[in-house]
Design a protein around this ligand. Sequence first.
Ligand SMILES: [Zn+2]
Length: 115
Amino acid sequence: MAQNRPIPNSTEATTPSRFAYDEAARSLVVEWRDGVTERIPFDRLRRSCPCAACRGELGSPGRFQLDPELRPGEDDLADIALVGNYGLKVIWGDGHDTGIYRYEHLRELGSRPSG
Ligand SMILES: [Zn+2]
């Protein structure tokens, strides 16, 4: 007899229920709908900025390919804003605000062991 076992709902794992800051740990705290809470260090978040300038495009090197060092303020998280129902815009201390992190991307960043 076939079991009617629920399939894990992937959207629960990529839908945030709450964002918070952990200033002491310099991390973004994300609570996901599936009950998992993750921390994403600001520097990892900054280095993972998905915007064209940071990632590089059309043969141009990205921000951290040119210079892997973080500049002052670059990984100071100034603010966040929800974008539609799919992502998070992050505003950095140096004014950089063109990166929109899809929730799937955030979930991947938080899942990685720190270090
Ligand atoms: Zn960027």
